[in-house]
Design a protein around this ligand. Structure first.
Ligand code: C2E
Ligand code: MG
Ligand code: MG
Ligand code: MG
Length: 283
């Protein structure tokens, strides 16, 4: 168990550099067993095509059903998974789950894509490209139905990020820059890295309907992204006014509670089948 050994080593390292509260330490200890105890589950949130209003992809979002604490938020446990190194094992599992699930969905919804979030720690690990390629192959999936979501932090912090991204692109896999606008990257990153998609962070959707700064930013980012050949997704759409606005300025995809929440695979299957894509109004 290479990843596990490495995880323990990194955990010790991190404890000295980053102080975890007693609660966090307990949570981290529990996380070591979460996978084998089958407490982890991948939820899927539909992403809609602004053009035909159908579900064009789904984002895989990890959930932890803790035996005592109930549902623990990824915002809480993903950082622990990263600092402990457990994200390597857990992250590979998410990739495999998402690919397996997508191959099942392709039986009735061909062309559907799946997005998987990656962390910096996974990017630093040399096996990442192999794990992804193998998961696609094992499930007979075309590489262009996979979107890997990365953050600006990965581009800034991981020295090999550019090389790894080129390897993914050579395989035909899509790369989405998540939470765009919240990190420390500059606009030149959009040109330098081989991205295919950009996700405007939900913090820019606040107050859209009143016009103002966010409205201008969203409109400009869409124009910029399109001129660079990138698909744009607006995430965190909660109101019809937001959906109308991002649709009007040309976002390609919409994602948010207004349209659909993250849900268990089984429920997402039903949604995909029932609607066969037909959906609520997006603008
Ligand atoms: P993210 O990748 O930016 O995912 C979007 C988050 O926004 C998700 O939170 C989703 O449930 C939430 N969301 C979707 N629509 C709306 C909306 O209309 N309003 C609001 N307020 N929120 C909305 P979630 O599932 O709690 O995940 C949080 C973060 O945890 C993700 O942010 C991602 O960075 C990380 N994460 C989740 N699963 C994984 C994973 O498998 N691997 C890694 N490395 N990170 C993950
Ligand atoms: Mg439309
Ligand atoms: Mg994401
Ligand atoms: Mg995001």
């Amino acid at each position: 168990y290479q990843a596990k050994r490495e995880g323990v080593r990194f955990a010790r390292f991190d404890r000295t550099t980053r102080s975890l509260s007693p609660q966090q330490l307990t949570l981290e200890a529990d996380l070591h067993y979460a996978l084998q105890r089958q407490e982890l589950e991948v939820f899927y949130q539909p992403i809609y095509d602004a053009g035909n209003h159908r579900v064009s992809s789904v984002e895989a979002l990890l959930r932890w059903n803790h035996p005592r604490l109930g549902r623990v938020s990824p915002a809480e446990f993903i950082p622990l998974a990263e600092s402990s190194g457990l994200i390597l094992t857990i992250g590979s599992w998410v990739i495999q789950q998402a690919c397996r699930q997508l191959s099942l969905w392709h039986e009735h919804t061909p062309g559907l894509s799946v997005s998987v979030n990656l962390s910096a720690r996974q990017f630093r690990h040399r096996d990442l490209v192999g794990v992804v390629r193998q998961s696609l192959e094992a499930n007979g999936l075309p590489p262009d139905c996979l979107v890997l979501e990365i953050t600006e932090g990965i581009l800034v912090d991981v020295p090999d990020a550019e090389q790894v991204l080129h390897e993914f692109r050579q395989l035909g896999i899509n790369i989405s820059l998540d939470d765009f606008g919240t990190g420390y990257s500059s606009l030149s990153y959009l040109r330098r890295f081989p991205l295919t998609h950009l996700k405007i962070d939900k913090s820019f959707l606040e107050g859209l309907e009143e016009g103002g700064t966010n409205a201008s930013i969203v409109r400009s980012v869409v124009t910029l992204a399109h001129s660079l050949g990138l698909h744009v997704t607006a995430e965190g759409i909660e109101t019809q006014a937001q959906a109308d606005y991002v649709h009007a300025v040309g976002c390609n995809n919409l994602q948010g509670y207004l349209l659909a929440r993250p849900m268990p695979a089984q429920q997402c299957s039903e949604l995909l089948r029932a609607a066969s894509g037909v959906m609520v109004r997006v603008g």
